[in-house]
Ligand binder design. Structure first.
Ligand code: P6P
Length: 330
């Protein structure tokens, strides 16, 4: 209840508890897990904010499972999340986009039912030029009746099985967005108090948006239907906005409407983005905000993953804009 008209000061944890009272996640269990994520992202934010000062720019010289040069901040972000969530007790398995294999959390309680999949610092190659980057997470529950050691069987669940998903965008301000299937809610990190404070509740993606977001440099290798859509969009006075950092492009699309596409290309015939660590969590958020997400043939959230680092084409945004793309491509 707002006191004398002033909006209440709501943090992520209190929001989860308030909104989840009627939900199976109402136990403090889940908000305790989420507080591990908010803690980790505050540490990451402090490193990203000071990248030029603390020598964390640049590459480690290593190459990750995705075949990408590992940036120092990738390593810091990855370790920070593993250290923050690995001791919450209720997380049994963690899988990072940066690591070949999942992590079985030995310190977990016997019944540790949560699985956390994450991209610790998406878009990190942009850090050296001060472009927004982000952390993306997806939360599943262990599948009942499956051998606890059959780790991949627990992880390779379709996106509809996610119990929560979210991201943090490190930009002009640091914003934490999450859903547990009860709408999308956003919190801005207040550096003065070190807390995420509720700034947008029940976010709705605009029905329409005359903005498309794609790397048109590859358009010669896009599927023919995609190329026809892009030609149509230009005749329909659409704008092109493309940051090249997924969380930034998605955050803008979520708030302003429009459509983001990463189609198949000659270099990435299955698409570049990862199903488990990027497409599934962002598609869950998009649908919860009234939007849609497809791989061009089917709903992203219904895809049954075959491997940990599986890639997928992604078309995500306002439902009518996604449908428009599909009218050309499927
Ligand atoms: P391209 C960043 O490397 C990333 O994984 C996403 O953040 C971003 O959407 C995409 O790649 C950009 O890829 O091929 O346009 O540079």
């Amino acid at each position: 209840m707002a006191h004398k008209g002033r909006p209440p000061l709501v943090t992520v944890q209190s929001h989860i508890l308030e909104r989840q009272r009627a939900h199976p996640l109402a136990t403090g269990d889940f908000s305790w897990l989420l507080s591990g994520i908010t803690l980790a992202t505050k540490v990451i934010e402090s490193q990203v904010r000071r990248a030029g000062i603390v020598d964390v720019y640049g590459e480690t010289g290593d190459v990750n499972v995705q075949g990408e040069l590992v940036q120092k901040l990738d390593v810091i972000a990855n370790e920070t999340i593993l250290r923050s969530l690995g001791y919450r007790g209720n997380v049994g398995i963690m899988a990072s986009e940066e690591d070949d294999e999942p992590h079985i959390i030995k310190e977990a309680e016997d019944g540790a039912k949560y699985i956390v999949l994450f991209d610790p610092l998406d878009g990190s190659s942009n850090i050296d030029v001060n472009i927004s980057v982000g952390t993306i997470f997806s939360i599943l529950r262990r599948k009942p009746g499956i051998d606890r050691n059959a780790v991949n069987d627990h992880i390779l669940q379709p996106g509809v099985e996610q119990v929560a998903a979210g991201y943090v965008i490190y930009s002009s301000s640091t914003v934490f967005a999450y859903t547990t299937g009860d709408g999308v809610h956003m919190f801005t990190l207040d550096p003065l108090i070190g807390a995420y404070v509720l700034t947008r509740e029940d976010v709705r993606m605009p029905e329409k948006g005359k903005t498309y977001s794609v790397n048109e440099a590859y358009c010669r290798s896009f599927p023919e239907g995609t190329r026809r859509y892009l030609d149509w969009a230009k005749t329909a006075d659409y704008k092109l906005r493309y940051v090249g950092s997924l969380v930034a492009d998605f955050h803008r699309t979520l708030l302003r409407g429009g459509v983001f596409l990463y189609p198949p290309t000659d270099d990435a015939p299955e698409g570049k983005l990862r199903l488990l660590y990027e497409a599934n969590p962002l598609s869950f958020l998009a649908e919860q905000a009234g939007g849609a997400a497809s791989d061009g043939q089917r709903r992203i959230l219904e895809k049954v993953p075959k491997s940990l680092h599986q890639r997928t084409p992604l078309i995500v945004g306002s439902k009518s804009e996604v449908d428009r793309v599909l009218s050309f491509t499927s």
